[in-house]
Design a protein. Sequence first.
Length: 318
Amino acid sequence: MTDKPKLRVLLCAPRGFCAGVVRAIDAVEEALRIHGAPVYVRHEIVHNKYVVEGLRAKGAIFVEELDEVPDTSKPVIFSAHGVPKAIPEEAVARNIFAIDATCPLVTKVHREAELHFRQGRQVILVGHAGHPEVVGTIGQLPPGSIILVQTVEDIENLQPKDEENLAYVTQTTLSIDDTRSMVDALLRRFPRMIGPHREDICYATTNRQEAVKHIAPVVDALLVVGSSNSSNSQRLKEVAERSGCKLARLVLRAEDVDWDLFSGITSLGITAGASAPEILVEEIMDAFAERFELHVETVSTADEAVFFPLPRELRQAV
Ligand code: SF4
């Protein structure tokens, strides 16, 4: 017998690492194995401090710009979020061996934007200003070619050069529901606008949000394991709140949990952003198990079997 309060835990599945994140982390580890430490990584390889610290301990040096790389004999890896075209060009000019760990699903958006541009369309990007993926996508085309919209109001104020010749692309990690409203608003104003065959929001973002929608209405609280600078993790917290969960929190580690908030709950949902490793979910579950008698169920809403091979530069080296 235990005198701990009972807590029903519903674990979202899928949760945590996606194929693009696994590939990016593997790229850094493989580069370290082949080239030896240090290797340089432009920007956090994925938005998770635990992952970044782990790679730093193995010999990765994280920089924000290429001019912070003093030793051009060492490879530089571009993060999963993608980079503007000017960055690989700068690497070539400085004779830096660049390994591009941009997620293939982000690269797909880059190619869509380029194709529209070549076909003479003005490109509208739905996304969040300043996020590295958005910076990278905007940087695929000459300055001023892509217009970023973040809200329905932005769409109402749009002044395109030619209303008949427009296309849209989106960031991969947005809220599915918000993006649908944005795309509806775009198509209401510009009915001839062209978009992707399927939305650009990636499978991992879609599946993790669907799982949260399923669980959020039936639990007292929901925890998203992930970093505060992770777009898809932030969206999971928002989706939980909008789906009726009164207490949704984003935490990186067990030490970040505000235990007073969770003292009266009898059910808890747990998920993890696409850049959060499962070991942190386990750490948080263990911390709950110290305070509650847990009854854990996994609620699976989709199967994932996506795999991306290592970046081309590493496959060639192997
Ligand atoms: S969240 Fe989606 S777009 Fe981002 S790395 Fe993962 S699979 Fe790629």
